[in-house]
Design a protein around this ligand. Structure first.
Ligand code: UD1
Length: 443
């Protein structure tokens, strides 16, 4: 949702090939018959939040960048449209792979119509400015989960010598060549870290970024940039040092598995799983999530790139707060809350990253949950019997939480506004059906 609480329109991306999975139509809903036990194997897709900065990084070179393991989700298609609009040629996505070549720019503008549907379009700001010398990117505005300004991205670029103005709802930045600078983020921002790291790869001299976000997606971006010839040290830690280069070259890169999709299927299995294998994931990226589930009494076997999960007889309540990586991800908070509705006892969930991220609570209450909100904390009392209802998705992760609630509920749940879910999850109805759930997409 964007525009300070206004409902976002549904962008229906043009079909590039027949293999890219279901496209959401504005009226799509998921109909879930709860109470089925899940078993079998589910394959995890590439990480949306790693794919989006990787696609933006393609703007840093005139040569071809081949990206593998892109998830079949709407945000990826939106980012490809942003790149095409800027003049890049795009081949794919086909089978999860795409090749992007930004030989020359047709425009330096990421327009409102695209940015309002996906805040992460702001990731083109740093690369465009660094390589093209000019960028005009619509300010994303607020969204369903908070105001989410990009002031730190702008402040960092200004430190690197950019002339930045905000006019007519756009941030417009110019610099004939960015220069290396030291910038300390006052607090952690994931896309802010990524934007400045990308910009610094083509700046003159050394850039030192401190208090950086440590998320695996930042590290994955650094791996791609290094393959493109950038010199980056320290990604994954709090201080990142980038020696600027005159130019970068083409590369080939496979995007890391999606830790939030993995976590979502972990919670589904913890709720109603009779032995689920979650395959093709990176367990080391989910330590906080696994430890949360273990505290709830869930049995999880960790393999090299798999999890085996079984729901316990009884789930146990415990308190939790979200935090920047390696803490518990805010993108898993709504899913954790569904788990706590089924757990014995009272649990407090504190949301520390975003100021309005309890939009799912109202819908969970309609399904029979017992949750009280007090500012940025929510208290859940469980276990409560959930019953199927018609519910409305409000943002990406809230939609996932309603699907999970539907799996655990008695009777039929219909989740409306599934286009939120399709922004960041490969079709959940297909993956869940393979595990034995009764989920279908209806209009
Ligand atoms: C990224 C993820 C998103 C995840 C979030 C937190 C992508 C594409 N999205 O979003 O899924 O929920 O990290 O893990 O990777 N802030 C400012 N000024 C800024 C930048 C951020 O005030 O310039 C604030 C935000 O409002 C928020 C906090 O900082 O309260 C953290 O936000 P940030 O890490 O930037 O989130 P995103 O990068 O937008």
């Amino acid at each position: 949702m964007h525009g300070r609480g206004a409902a976002a329109g549904c962008i229906i991306a043009r079909r590039r090939d027949g293999a890219e999975g279901a496209r959401s139509r504005p009226m799509d809903k998921l109909r879930i018959e709860g109470g089925r036990r899940l078993s079998g194997r589910v394959e995890i897709a590439g990480a949306k939040n790693a794919a989006l900065p990787a696609l933006a990084a393609c703007l840093l070179t005139g040569e071809e960048v081949r990206l593998l393991n892109l998830p079949r989700v709407r945000d990826v298609r939106t980012m490809l449209r942003v790149l095409e609009q800027l003049g890049a040629s795009v081949m794919g996505p086909e089978g999860g792979h795409a090749t992007v070549q930004a030989e020359r720019f047709a425009s330096s503008e990421a327009p409102y119509d695209l940015v309002k549907t996906m805040r992460a379009s702001v990731l083109v700001l740093g690369p465009l400015l660094a390589r093209h010398g000019h960028a005009r990117v619509s300010l994303p505005g607020g969204c369903a989960i908070g105001e989410r300004p990009i002031d730190l991205h702008i402040e960092g670029l200004a430190q690197m010598g950019a002339d930045v103005r905000i006019e007519h709802g756009y941030v417009e930045a110019r610099a004939s060549r960015l220069r290396g600078a030291s910038y300390a983020f006052p607090f952690k921002t994931v896309t802010g870290t990524e934007n400045l790291m990308m910009a610094a790869t083509l700046a003159a001299g050394t850039t030192r970024l401190s208090n950086c976000a440590r998320e695996p997606e930042v590290v994955d971006l650094a791996v791609l940039l290094s393959a493109m010839g950038a010199s980056i040290r320290g990604a994954g830690g709090e201080e990142i040092v980038v020696e600027g280069r005159e130019s970068l070259r083409g590369a080939r890169h496979s995007v890391i598995p999606d830790r939030i999709e993995t976590g979502t299927y972990l919670v589904a299995s913890a709720l109603v799983g009779d032995g689920v294998e979650i395959a093709g994931c990176r367990p080391e990226h989910l330590e906080a999530v696994v430890s949360d589930l273990r505290r709830a009494g869930v049995s999880i076997d960790v393999g090299t790139d798999t999890f085996h999960v079984r729901a316990p007889q009884e789930l146990l309540a415990h308190d939790l707060e979200t935090a920047p990586y390696p803490g518990f991800p805010t993108d898993m908070q709504a899913q954790h809350m569904v788990l706590m509705t089924q757990a014995l006892g009272e649990s407090v969930v504190a949301e520390r990253i975003f100021e309005r991220r309890f939009m799912h609570v109202g819908e969970l209450l309609r399904m029979g949950a017992d949750i009280r909100i007090d500012g940025r904390t929510a208290t859940v009392v469980g276990p409560r019997r959930l019953t199927g209802a018609q519910v409305m998705a409000t943002d990406l992760r809230a939609s996932a939480c309603l699907v999970l609630a539907g799996l655990a509920a008695e009777g039929v749940t219909v989740v409306d506004r599934v286009y939120h879910l399709d922004r960041g999850y490969e079709p959940m109805e297909a993956k869940l059906r393979l595990l034995g759930a009764s989920v279908e997409r209806v209009r």
